[in-house]
Design a protein around this ligand. Structure first.
Ligand code: SAH
Length: 524
C-alpha cells in the first residue's frame, strides 16, 4: 500500500464494550475488534475482549481507575488522531456505551476537528445492564414508567452542578447513578431533602455482570451506611426507585450454580474458549492457565503417510483428538493433497469433538464410541476390523499403548504416527501463579493427563497448592493421573467431553448447596 492510500484508509471506531461480561459486546463491536490494527482501551473493558483483536494489533491501555489517570484525556484524543493518520484502523474500546459518561463525545469532537474518519458502535450501558444482572428492571409496568441516568461526579454540594435535584427527586421514577459510590451518602441525603421518600427501595451493585458482582439493597435513607458496612467499592451502579424491590423476586445471576467461583482452565490457549464461555454462563470466573501447548512433530513421516493414504494403502484412519485431525490435515496440505486422499478409507473418531474436526473437512466418522476413551474406541473397532487390515493412527507422541496393542491383537496392522506433541509452556503467567499461591482458586479443571502434568510442572511440583481446590477431570484416565500426582479428585465427568465436564461441575455444585442446606437446618 502506498503512503497516500494508507492515510486515506485510517479510521477510528468508538466501540462500546458493554459492562462486565465480555459476552455483552455487540456483533458489530466484535467485528471492529477483529479487524483492528490498534486497540485503545480502559479499565472497564473486559480483558478477554482484547483477545478478539489480531495478535499483531497494538494494544494501548489508557486508564482509568478513580485514583489513577493513566493518560490524560487530550492525550487520548491525540493518540487516536495520530494512529488514524498513520493509516491504522483504530478501535477505541470503552466500557458500556461510548456516549454514556464515557467522554466519547469529546473524543468524537477531537476526531471531527482533525478530519479523521470515524464511526460509533453503541454498547450496552451499565446503567441498564448492571441492574438487570442484579434482578432489577429499570422500568416496570407496575413500578416505573421513567428513568434517568445521572452522574455521581457532580457531587450534590458542588455549586456549579447542572443537576436539577428537585426535579429528579420527584419527577422521575427510577434513578440510576453512575460513578456515584463515593458520593452515595450525599446523593441520598439530597434526594430525601428534595422530597423523595426515605423508604424508597434502593440498591448499589459493585462490579455488575461479573463473577465479583455484589449487591447491597436497603431503603434510600440507609443505603449509604449499608454500602459502607459491606465495604462496597467502585465501579458501582446505584439504583433508586420501586423497581429495586423487584430483586427479591427476579434475582437470577448471582444465584447461578457456579456464581463467583474462580475456575482454573488448563487447556491450551487456543482450546480454552468453549470451556471458559460455559463457565462464565454458569456465573464463574474462568482463569486461563494453559498447562500444555501443541507443537507439531517432524512433518516428514506424516507427509509420507499422507502419500500412502492417497495411494490407498490404508483401510482405516483412526483419530483420537481434534489436534490429531488438525495436524494430519497440515501433513496432507504439505503433501499437496486434500480430503480426497481419504478415498474409501473408513474413519473412526474417539468422541464428538474429534468427529466435528473431521466433519469440518467434509469427512464423516464411521465409528464414534459411546464413551470417549481409548478402551471404548478399541471395543467399537475390534468387531469391525478384519485381520490384516491396515490402520493409520495419527495422534500425540507419547500416547498410551492401549489402542494400538488391542488393534494389533485383533489382527490389524497398525501404523502409530506421532503428528503432534503436547508440551508444557516455557513460562507460566506469573499473575495466575500468584492467585493460585494466594489460595484464590476454587476449582481446577483438567481435560487430559497432559494438562495435569503440565499444570504441576508449571507450579514447580507443588501439588499442595491445590489441596483446598476442587479438582475436576474430564474422565477416568485424567483422574487417575491426577490421583497419582497427589491430587484429591472431586469430580469426574461421566461423559468425557467439555459439556460433560460442565454437567459434572454443575451437579457437584448442586450437591454442595444441598449439603450446605442440610448442614444449616441440622443446626437450626
Ligand atoms: N460508558 C459507561 C459508563 C462510564 S462511567 C457505560 O455506559 O456503562 C463509569 C461508571 O460506570 C462506573 O463508575 C460505574 O458507575 C459504572 N459501571 C461501569 N461498569 C460497571 C460494572 N461492571 N459494574 C458496576 N458499575 C459499572
Amino acid at each position: 500500500m502506498n503512503r497516500a492510500s494508507a492515510e486515506a484508509s485510517g479510521s477510528v471506531s468508538l466501540v462500546g464494550a458493554g459492562p462486565g461480561d465480555p459476552g455483552l459486546i455487540t456483533v458489530a463491536g466484535r467485528e471492529r475488534l477483529r479487524r483492528a490494527d490498534v486497540v485503545v482501551y480502559d479499565r472497564l473493558a473486559h480483558p478477554a475482549l482484547l483477545a478478539e483483536a489480531p495478535a499483531a494489533a497494538e494494544r494501548i491501555y489508557v486508564g482509568k481507575a478513580p485514583s489513577e489517570h493513566a493518560v490524560a484525556q487530550d492525550e487520548i484524543g491525540r493518540l487516536l488522531v495520530d494512529r488514524a493518520r498513520a493509516g491504522k484502523r483504530v478501535v477505541r474500546l470503552k466500557g458500556g456505551d461510548p456516549f454514556v459518561f464515557g467522554r466519547g463525545g469529546e473524543e468524537a469532537d477531537d476526531l471531527v476537528a482533525a478530519g479523521v474518519d470515524f464511526d460509533v458502535v453503541p454498547g450496552i450501558t451499565s446503567a441498564v445492564a448492571v441492574p438487570a444482572y442484579a434482578g432489577i428492571p429499570i422500568t416496570h409496568r407496575d413500578a416505573a414508567s421513567s428513568f434517568a441516568v445521572v452522574t455521581g461526579h457532580e457531587a450534590p454540594g458542588k455549586p456549579a452542578s447542572r443537576i436539577d435535584w428537585a426535579a429528579l427527586a420527584t419527577g422521575v421514577d427510577t434513578l440510576v447513578f453512575l460513578m456515584g459510590r463515593r458520593a452515595l451518602a450525599g446523593i441520598a441525603a439530597r434526594l430525601i431533602a428534595e422530597g423523595r421518600d426515605p423508604a424508597t427501595p434502593a440498591a448499589a451493585i459493585e462490579w455488575g455482570a461479573t463473577p465479583r458482582q455484589r449487591t447491597v439493597a436497603a431503603p434510600l435513607a440507609e443505603l449509604a451506611a449499608a454500602a459502607e458496612a459491606a465495604a462496597l467499592v467502585p465501579p458501582a451502579v446505584i439504583v433508586v426507585g420501586q423497581v429495586a424491590a423487584l430483586r427479591d423476586r427476579l434475582r437470577w445471576y448471582d444465584g447461578r450454580p457456579l456464581f463467583g467461583k474462580r475456575v482454573l482452565v488448563t487447556r491450551t490457549r487456543a482450546q480454552a474458549s468453549t470451556l471458559s464461555r460455559a463457565l462464565r454462563e454458569a456465573g464463574a470466573e474462568p482463569i486461563e492457565f494453559p498447562a500444555i501447548e501443541i507443537v507439531p512433530c517432524d512433518p516428514a513421516p506424516a507427509v509420507a503417510a499422507a502419500g500412502r493414504l492417497s495411494d490407498g494403502r490404508y483401510d482405516w484412519a483412526v483419530f483420537t483428538s481434534a489436534n490429531g485431525v488438525a495436524a494430519f490435515r497440515r501433513a496432507l496440505e504439505a503433501a499437496g493433497l486434500d480430503a480426497r486422499a481419504f478415498g474409501g478409507v473408513r474413519l473412526a473418531a474417539i468422541g464428538p469433538a474429534t468427529a466435528e474436526a473431521l466433519d469440518a473437512l467434509g469427512l464423516r466418522a464411521d465409528v464414534v464410541p459411546d464413551r470417549f476413551v481409548a478402551e471404548a474406541l478399541a471395543d467399537a473397532l475390534e468387531p469391525r476390523i478384519a485381520a490384516g487390515e491396515r490402520v493409520l493412527l495419527p495422534r500425540a507422541a507419547g500416547s498410551r499403548d492401549v489402542l494400538p496393542s488391542r488393534l494389533r491383537a485383533a489382527g490389524a496392522e497398525v501404523e502409530d504416527l506421532p503428528v503432534y506433541e503436547s508440551r508444557r509452556p516455557a513460562e507460566p503467567d506469573p499473575a495466575v501463579v500468584a492467585r493460585i499461591e494466594a489460595g484464590e482458586i476454587d476449582i481446577a479443571t483438567f481435560t487430559a493427563s497432559s494438562t495435569v502434568r503440565g499444570c504441576l510442572d508449571l507450579l514447580g511440583g507443588r501439588a499442595e497448592l491445590l489441596r483446598e481446590v476442587t479438582i475436576a477431570c474430564i474422565g477416568p484416565i485424567t483422574a487417575r493421573t491426577a490421583t497419582e500426582a497427589g491430587l484429591r479428585v472431586d469430580v469426574v465427568a461421566r461423559e468425557h467431553t467439555i459439556p460433560g465436564l460442565m454437567a459434572a461441575l454443575l451437579e457437584h455444585a448442586g450437591r454442595e448447596t444441598d449439603h450446605d442446606y442440610a448442614h444449616a437446618s441440622a443446626h437450626a
